[in-house]
Design a protein around this ligand. Structure first.
Ligand code: F6R
Length: 249
């Protein structure tokens, strides 16, 4: 199945449609297992989810969630940790049970054991129904940087210079020196196992990675190109992120 592409009017519409899909998933299957991303792109989507959940009275009581990654060395109380981000942007606004929200522990002493346990927990929970993804300007998904094997699973990785620079542009960290050099991340194979994938991308900066992921060769140099073989993968894009696609009708 080729990647399905939906070009929305703007970033707001990307968020509204993504939130609508997630709410529909939870309504259809109240015990849904979600895979979640952090970063700038899904922030508005999380806002829309909390708005919709309240307005339409959708309960997340039976939902469980798994996040893609966490910086190594940051406690969940650190304002730049992904646990903190998820808590503030989404979890505290929903009736999801805290014990059902799973994030890798950035301060785990034994990272290999932490990563293996995370994979096992996903499997024991029945696998991910819907994974909401972002994409890096270099085509990374989660923190699987270019060159990562398509078969890789949850593990400790070094962040690329490009990712460190992207995350210290003032949105999250102010200075590259503040950005942790490593992270725990799910693998490309972990993401690929999800029954459905919805990838969000907005802005001109993502256009080259999107075009390469959709229309380029399937290559480990562009981790998101792995999604070309997924049976149910949708890219929700704003016009700027879609601007380098050439095969659109
Ligand atoms: C986030 C993650 C990353 C981001 C990507 C895009 O959990 O793993 O892959 O999705 O770096 O980030 P933004 O949305 O900030 O451009």
């Amino acid at each position: 199945m080729p990647i399905k592409i939906q070009v929305c009017a703007d970033a707001q519409e990307v968020a509204r449609i993504a939130a609508g899909k997630l709410i529909e998933q939870v309504r259809d299957k109240p015990e849904t297992v979600l895979g979640l991303a952090t970063g700038s792109t899904p922030e508005q989507t999380y806002f829309e989810i909390t708005r919709l959940a309240e307005g339409e009275d959708v309960s997340f009581r039976r939902v469980s969630s798994y996040n893609m990654d966490e910086y190594r060395g940051l406690a969940g109380s650190h304002p730049q940790s992904y646990r903190y981000y998820m808590q503030e942007k989404l979890f505290k606004h929903l009736d999801i049970k805290p014990e059902n929200t799973h994030l890798l522990d950035g301060r785990a002493k034994d990272c290999a054991a932490e990563c293996a346990a995370f994979e096992a927990r996903i499997r024991a929970g029945g696998g991910i129904d819907l994974w909401l993804l972002g994409i890096g300007t270099n085509g990374h998904i989660a923190f699987n940087e270019p060159g990562s094997s398509f078969e890789c699973r949850t593990r400790l990785v070094d962040l690329s210079k490009e990712t460190i620079a992207a995350n210290s542009d003032g949105r999250f960290f102010k200075d590259p020196a503040e950005v942790p050099r490593q992270a725990l991340t799910v693998g490309i194979a972990t993401i690929f196992d999800a029954r459905k994938i919805v990838l969000l991308a907005t802005g001109e900066k993502k256009a080259a990675a999107i075009a390469a992921a959709v229309e380029g060769p399937r290559t480990q140099d562009l981790p998101a190109s792995r999604l070309q073989e997924h049976p149910d993968c949708l890219f929700l894009l704003d016009p700027a992120a879609a601007s380098k696609l050439t095969r659109r009708a």
